[in-house]
Design a protein around this ligand. Structure first.
Ligand code: SF4
Length: 408
């Protein structure tokens, strides 16, 4: 069965706004996303018993007041509660809610003075949804992430995922040696060709990087992240990073892991130099890494896995320098700091992508139990091949859900 989401009804074109729909806010990107998932429309204000049209309202402290001074807090609270019931009944993990609204807004809302000033904060419904563990994003993020030829999705393919490159309808090939900052002497392994493929997968614009270099080969953090900067320069706003990893805390080999957070234990950081800061187009290098893996893309990956019938394990990826595999003591230490997967890539790429403002999705193919004496590269590659199809199905599902404006 198709996965469910909830969405603000006004984003679907329903005239439920306070002004009765005099200012339509329907989002075409949201309409397209809604058509690809089982979408439950909600209007918390109407569900709280408010009329349409109604006086505008804004949050003021812990109350919600209309511009006429009426206190509508109870209606907003009831509407949020009923909306949550709808979300729970549909088993929805993702809510796409209209920005700035005192009920649906996320991240910033009007300040209660009815003067158009925005302040950090959530609407009443968003606040409740977040307390209950739902992911809430607004229509602007959906629009921003929708791939176009100008803004394709970047995909970096790790061990075992090379076959996805064969799905690309290629319009242009870019040798990695033409990529600024990529080391010209680098030689691909495992039959990869070091050339970026610009084109489409199932009509969705993509740039696929089939293979990467690693710091354990002697390359710098800045060099290994040159592909990310290239993708950003090509206009990519979202990037899928895929990799193989070892299991730290019991996830079975052959499982597809959804990376929800990371621990950078490489001792390197691509932003730890003036050159890196400049390459990331930053003034200062202090990039917040909390939430580095896009909650929105994670929800699309969960939906894609559900729809493909693939079980995924979610967890934290620890990046080590390598190239040696981990000792048993190192794996115990990693388990103690709550890492689920361990590998030798991805973390610096995620840092660079985050610094560049990209939405990051991390998929890892769990190839072995880490920390065992018989860990070897052949085992990793064999397991990666065996489970590659499931990972590819999730990646393809995410692309399908992201969709494209230009396919219509
Ligand atoms: S409460 Fe939410 S869904 Fe209803 S009109 Fe306001 S922003 Fe739209």
């Amino acid at each position: 069965m198709t996965s469910s989401i909830v969405m603000s009804d006004c984003l679907l074109g329903t005239p439920c706004r306070y002004d009765g729909g005099a200012k339509p806010v329907c989002s075409k990107a949201c309409l397209r996303l809604a058509s690809r998932l089982n979408t439950i429309p909600i209007c918390p204000e109407m569900m709280g018993g408010l009329s349409c049209p109604r006086p505008p309202a804004e949050r003021s402290g812990d109350r919600v007041l209309t511009c006429e001074g009426g206190d509508v807090t109870d209606a907003y609270t009831e509407g949020a509660r009923r909306s949550l019931e709808f979300a729970r009944e549909a088993d929805a993990g993702l809510a796409i809610l209209k920005s700035k609204s005192p009920s649906c807004g996320s991240g910033c809302i009007y300040d209660g003075t009815f003067s158009g000033v925005l302040v950090p904060g959530d609407g009443v419904c968003t606040e409740l949804f977040r307390q209950e563990g739902l992911t809430v994003v607004d229509e602007k993020l959906v629009e921003w992430c929708e791939p176009t030829v100008e803004h394709p999705v970047a995909i970096v393919l790790g061990s075992g995922l090379g076959a996805l490159a064969q799905r690309v309808k290629v319009v242009r090939r870019i040798p990695y040696t033409d990529i600024d900052g990529f080391p010209v002497e680098a030689i691909p392994v495992d039959g990869h060709r070091f050339e970026a493929l610009v084109g489409t997968i199932d009509d969705v614009p993509v740039v696929v990087y089939p293979g990467r270099i690693h710091m354990y080969q002697g390359y710098s953090a800045l060099e290994v992240t040159s592909l990310v900067r290239h993708a950003h320069r090509l206009g990519c706003r979202s990037i899928m990073l895929s990799c193989a990893s070892g299991s730290v805390r019991g996830v079975a080999p052959g499982t597809v892991g959804l990376i929800t957070d990371q621990i950078n234990l490489t001792g390197q950081n691509p932003l730890a130099s003036a050159e890196g800061v400049a390459a990331a187009e930053l003034d200062v290098p202090f990039v917040p890494m909390a939430g580095a893996y896009s909650a929105y893309l994670c929800e699309l990956a969960r939906a894609a896995a559900h729809d493909a019938g693939v079980d995924i394990a979610e967890g934290t990826y620890a990046g080590l320098l390598g190239p040696t595999y981990e000792t048993a003591a190192e794996i115990r230490a990693l388990a103690n700091i709550e890492a689920d997967y361990v590998g030798m890539s991805t973390v610096c790429e995620a840092i660079m992508a985050r610094a560049l403002g990209m939405q990051v999705l991390g998929l890892t193919l769990v190839t072995n139990h880490a920390g065992r004496a018989d860990n070897n590269h052949a085992e990793v590659l064999a397991a990666a091949d065996a489970a590659a199809q499931a990972t590819q199905n999730i990646a393809l599902g995410v692309l399908r859900l992201l969709g494209t404006a230009q396919a219509e």
